[in-house]
Design a protein around this ligand. Structure first.
Ligand SMILES: [Zn+2]
Length: 369
């Protein structure tokens, strides 16, 4: 190509033509760029867009373009730069997607806050009960939920015709009409754990190997229709203390300390005579209503008292059944429903809420965790 132009304009025109050719050439190149991985994308970026890149070099050559052509050439360079940037970004994204698909982890994904769970209200209250009795020297004991009749009923002094042994009250896994002690069932109270502890804590002649002071939390099962006030399973915490010279006074003092720790320092207790197969004498314990302070309100049915647990001195028959000499040793036991205590503390009016796993309900106890 020959240009007839004055000499002083020659260089400019030639460089202008060169730059336009170069732009066209690069435009074609950029449109067909390809890369297999992030490293190759980076190489392309260095080649075209870095300080020493080809497009940046064009910007430097732009100085030599004639003033009246600067607008046209400038626009073309900008167009090229935008196209190259877009294409390289596109390649980078494709490679990133490709790599995360390979490793099944999307490192480019925006992080989101992790929602922490909360402890279940029954767990919170069980832990609180355990904590109080631990400080009084009780240790944890645990046992199976699928139990035999021997530990749930026989050793706990339930008469052969006691209604608790009936199908209507207990879930049986297997029944042996000829020998009820072989029946397998879902435990209807955690007293079975007490039986197992007593069995293992004495010598052959009925002497304790150490004083027994245990606390037994756990789930229990009863064959009841599910309503707001009853459920086919619930939770208990039972306590057992056996040693020489254990008296009802010891029991009362421990329960008073517990009530005051659990419900406040002003709490009063009262014990009413009651009956349980495994304790003699037996009592039910009320605490002064912590809402009205004993004055009487709707919550305590205007009595000023709220029932919270059952207790008593371990029946000598139970000690003997479990191999402990009842002439040397005595003991007390108590048991409470965790749902009952939780209802009192947090005013949950419907038992079913505890097993529905409604997050809105569970979140209510976030601050108690
Ligand atoms: Zn009251």
């Amino acid at each position: 190509m020959i240009y007839f132009v004055p000499l002083h304009q020659n260089l400019r025109i030639i460089s202008q033509i060169m730059i336009l050719d170069k732009i066209d050439e690069l435009l074609k190149e950029v449109q067909t760029l390809s890369a297999k991985n992030a490293d190759e994308v980076e190489q392309l970026r260095l080649k075209y867009l870095s300080k020493k890149g080809e497009i940046t070099a064009l910007m430097n050559d732009f100085r030599n373009v004639a003033a009246d052509q600067k607008k046209t050439v400038g626009m073309k360079i900008n167009e090229l730069k935008a196209l190259a940037t877009e294409r390289i970004n596109q390649l980078r994204e494709e490679c990133a997607n490709q790599e995360t698909t390979d490793e099944a982890v999307d490192l480019t994904r925006t992080p989101y806050p992790i929602q922490l769970g909360t402890r279940h209200p029954l767990t919170i209250v069980t832990n609180e009960i355990i904590d109080i009795f631990s400080r009084m020297g009780f240790v944890l004991a645990d046992g199976p939920e699928v139990e035999d009749d021997l530990h749930v009923f026989t050793k706990m002094n339930f008469a052969a015709d006691h209604p608790a042994r009936d199908m209507q009250d207990t879930f049986f896994v297997s029944q042996h009409p000829n020998d009820v002690t072989k029946n397998i069932l879902l435990r209807s109270h955690t007293s079975s754990v007490q039986a197992r502890v007593m069995e293992h804590m004495h010598t052959e002649d009925g002497k304790l190997t150490a004083p027994i002071r245990v606390i037994c939390p756990g789930r229990v099962y009863r064959n009841e229709a599910i309503t707001a006030r009853a459920h086919c399973f619930f939770h208990q915490v039972e306590g057992l203390y056996i040693d020489k010279n254990v008296s009802f006074t010891d029991l009362k003092q421990v329960l008073l300390s517990f009530a005051r720790e659990m419900f406040g320092a002003d709490t009063q207790i009262r014990l009413r005579p009651s009956y349980f197969p495994f304790t003699e004498p037996s009592a039910e314990m009320d605490i002064s209503c912590f809402i009205c302070g004993g004055e009487g309100c709707g919550f305590c049915k205007h009595t000023g008292w709220v029932e919270i647990l059952g207790c008593g001195m371990v029946d000598p028959n139970v000690l003997e059944q479990c191999g402990i000499d009842s002439k040397i040793y005595s003991g007390y036991a108590f048991g409470m429903g965790v749902e009952r205590i939780t209802n009192l503390k947090y005013r949950v009016s419907d038992l079913r809420m505890f097993s529905e796993n409604d997050v809105r309900f569970l979140k209510e106890f976030e601050s108690a965790n």
